[in-house]
Write a protein that binds this ligand. Sequence first.
Ligand code: 9UX
Length: 72
Amino acid sequence: KVKEASIQITGMTCAACATRIEKGLNKMDGVEQVSVNLALEKSSIKYDPSKLSEADFEKKIEALGYGVVKQK
Ligand code: 9UX
């Protein structure tokens, strides 16, 4: 069963930033589909919850040099 995460991202300043994040997230085992919207500063990630969690995506985005807005 696929889950979808919505993560708010900070620090993207050009379109290539969004592409970098999409590529980085796509490489993770268990990720099915990624889209990053530069204007909305938002990512949508479809993934297998038996392999990954939202915290993994937050760590990955931070490792790529961007920030995340943590929910809850
Ligand atoms: Mo654009 Mo983003 O030159 O990491 S790729 S600012």
